[in-house]
Structure formats: C-alpha cells, structure tokens
Design a protein around this ligand. Sequence first.
Ligand SMILES: [Zn+2]
Length: 586
Amino acid sequence: MAIKNSTGRRNMTVQKRKTFVLCVMSVAALLLLGGRVGYLMIFCSEHYTALATDLHERERDIKAARGRIIDSTGTVLADNKTVCTISVIHSQIKEPDKVIEMLCRELGLSEEYVRKRVEKYSARERIKSNVDKEIGDRIRNYDMAGVKVDEDYKRYYPYDDLASKVLGFTGGDNQGIIGLEVTYEKYLTGKKGQILTLTDAKGIELDGMGERRKEPQAGKDLYVSLDVNIQRYAAQLAKQAYETKQAAGVSIIVMNVNNGEILAMVDVPEFHLNEPYTLIEEFRLQGEGDNENESTQDLLNQMWRNGCINDTYEPGSTFKIITAAAGLESGAVRLEDNFSCPGFIIVDDRKIRCHKVAGHGAEDFTHAVMNSCNPVFIMVGLRIGVERYYEYFTKFGLKQKTGIDLPGEAGTIMHQLDKIGEVELATISFGQSFQITPVRLMTTVAGLINGGKLVTPHFGVKAANADGTSVDEFVYPVSEGIVSSETTDKLKYVLEQVVENGGGKNGYVEGFRIGGKTATSQTLPRGSGRYIASFLGFAPADDPKIMALAIIDTPQGTYYGGQIAAPVVRQLFENILPYLEEIGYE
Ligand SMILES: [Zn+2]
C-alpha cells in the first residue's frame, strides 16, 4: 500500500539502500568465516581430529560375583563379601576441601595422601579399595560431586581354616590360586559387566551425560560332597592328635567307598583362607630357624600343600590289603592256607624280619593278616611272582593318578618292572620300597572291598546358577572288575577279623561292624627314627559304605599305627556313623 504514494517511493529508496548494506555485510561475514574455516582446516586440522576421536565412550569393568562353594548339607563354605572402591574425578569436584575432610575421616587416611589425589588432574583417581560396604554406603550418602563409590566382590570363607587345602583361595583378580577354586574356575568365575561413560578429550568423565550399564553375570555355585559336620569333627580329631603327639602333620580322609565322594579331607596344620598369604606359626618359626634362607614364597607353598594328594609316602602294612587281594584273586593263597613265622624270612640271602621278633609261629593266612605278619606276606608275594604282581599293581590302578578333582596330584613312585628282583618284590609285598599318595591307597582299597569298582575320588557334584537353573552334573570315570566279588567277600571278612581280634582292635566301634588295617612305616630316608602311623578303616564291614584313613606323620613317643592312628578313626566313626545313619546317607 505504501508503494502507491510519494512517501512510499522515498521509503522504497531507503529500503534499497538498507538491502545493499546488508548484502555487503553478509558477503564480508561469509568471507571472514570462510577464511576462518580455511585457516582451521589448514592450520589446526590435527588438533580437531584428535579432539573428535577422543570424544568417545569409555568402558569400566564391573566384576561378576564368583559362584559360591556349597557342601552336601547346604552350608556355604566359600562366599562373597561386597566391598567398595572409592575414587574421585577431579573435574567434577566442587568443594575440594569438604571432600578431603570427609574422605580422611571416613577412610582413616592422612590429609596429605587424600589431597594429593583429589588435586591431581586425572580421569579417575582411586583413593582406596576393599572398603567395607557400610563405609562405602555412608560415603555415597554424602552425595558430594566428584566422589565415586563402586561396588566390588571379595572372596570370603566363613569357616576360615576349615578344609583350607581342599577349597583353596582366590587371588587379586578373584581367580583361583589353589584347590577347588582352581579346578572349577570356569564354573565359578562369572562374566564381567561394563559401565560405559562419555568422556571428553582429556578422558575426563562427563557428569550428567548418563551412563550405560552392561550387567555382570554371576558365576555358578559349586556343590561339593564335603559335609561340614564331618569335616569339622575330623579336623578337631586331627588337631588333637597333632598336638598330643607333637606330630609333623596329621591327615584324615573320609570317602564314600562306592562312588568316590569325599566327605572330609583334613591335613593339619591348615592355614587361614581369609589370610592365605600370612604364614601360620609353624611356618613362621621354620623361616626363622634352620631354614632362614627359605623364601617366604617357598614357605607359603609348603603351607598350602595338601599331604593327602600332593605328597607320596611309603604305605607300609595297610598295603598288605593289596597283596592279600592279589594273592586271593590269583589263587596263590587261600584264607585257610597254613604258614609258619619264625620271626624272619630269608630272601635271596637277605634276612627280612617280622615286627614280632620271636615270630608268630604257626598261623593260617587269616591269622597272618590279623597279625600283619611280614614273612607270610613275603611268601604270598613270591608265590604270585614278579610279573603277575606287577600286573595286579597295574590293574588295581596303583600306577596311575586317581584323577581327583584337585590340582597337583602326585604320581606313584615305583620300580620299573625289569628292576624288580625277589628282594624288591618281598619289600613291595608288605608296603615298602615304593611310594604312593594317601588318596591313591584309599581309592584302590575302596575298589577291592566294593566288589571291584575302581572309582574316581572327587568333591565336585554339580554346578548351578544361584536360582537352581542351568545345572551341570559331574560324572566321573569308573572301571569295573579289578577283582571278583569272591575276593571282595574274603577281604571284607579278613579285614573285619583284624579289627575284631587282630592288630586293629583299637579301631573297633561298639554297635558297628568295622573292617580295617593298621600300618607303621618309616619316613624316608630309612633309619632316621621317624615313623608314620596310620589306620585305614571302613564300615559296615559286610557292606562297606564309608572309609576313613588317618595318618600321623612323625609322632613323638608311641608311634604304632594300631595304638595311635586306630583310635583316631574309632573316635571319628563313633561320631559320624550314627550321624550318617540319622541323615540317611547312602
Ligand atoms: Zn610274623
């Protein structure tokens, strides 16, 4: 409308001039911007490329809860404790003095230590880890900008030194170091989660940009055959024998004869699972005494050793069960065969003595077993002959490891077949001149008295998620037919006689039928005057279910297996046999 009058015309001229000015200014601005862009592109490209790449998501791991270890009664033997890691992010801190004061007070740290970290310009500075959850929660509740509380898991063993050498423990990254914690690592360990955060060019987390979390996946719980009640009682008996006999060590194993499940495994002295790198008194003293040069690591390794599986020994007379089995199975001897023991026997010009110097006189094989008469076992061994004996040794699994589900099982130390002459055979027949682990001896004897099934001793029963889903049941190899059922029956009978009327009578438990065999062997090298006393017992004698082996290493004073080891198994059985009946153990 304004265009139609003169005033409008004048206005139009003004408008045109304004437009012209605007155009000129725009062109100038464009030129300037272009120049700036050109400048940036040409001269600063490196800087901006780096900045763009650095603006990315940073990942932080969230540890997964490790699976628990749970015994046959449902008791948790290895658990997790929630602990916290406290850190600060410099760029986000608004009131540094308040933060420093609070962290010093809550964490019991010096101001100098905390200030250095709070004032450090870094992405994320850790102040303290392994902080109790309670303290961590309190710190979080202050809600101070730049203070971060992350939750983490730490392995925790509620019974501390119970079954320490079986359970084992975990290292700094929560991975198994020894024991079941190592064997079942792949089930116990979970999958790490992640926190994704946006960071700026300098790697500083940007607050308020939101984090994305990938939740961790907990490991599976491991269910084991150990029974906390039996383990505790066996540990108590072993400690008692260890102290009263001032022994170098005491081991007790309790096993299910028919399937190889281990109900208890004790090897005193045990160590503290919650402080596995602290030497217990015995080893601390050792480090100060004669062996001053031994490194702490060597002493720790010794302290962690499980004598039941990691070490071999000369079994002595408990091994006569194997010679009896080979003799009966091969037909080389019958229970009613008659022998005579004058107190020694001459083999290849070598005089080998019976433990009864005056001799056992006339005795049948049953009584020779009850008397643990060395000359008779030597005669039976010689009747079997080197090659046949070696065949049974092999068939009974004695040359192989048992395959127990613990790391570091030691192998048998045995003569080579072509190195066995009559003297070697004679000594092998009563359990000398070779070495096996306690668990090897036990597993073979179990096979001989359970009808000929060579089982695999084990702890692991199954692994499952905490909610009971995704179950892995473990199956173990069994080889059948290592002896006939007739031989098993004869062995059960004669070994019950040993406890009823022979050298094992201190293993007798009123109201129960017990079979067993004692042993008193020398520690090697021979002639040191140091002995190993042991007793292997099983019940019920006519239908064996449970077997226990007690070994007392280097007892002071009386050292005979029948006198000091048999009573340990008797006390154990007096307690656990009624208990097993009560819980209906099969
Ligand atoms: Zn004799």
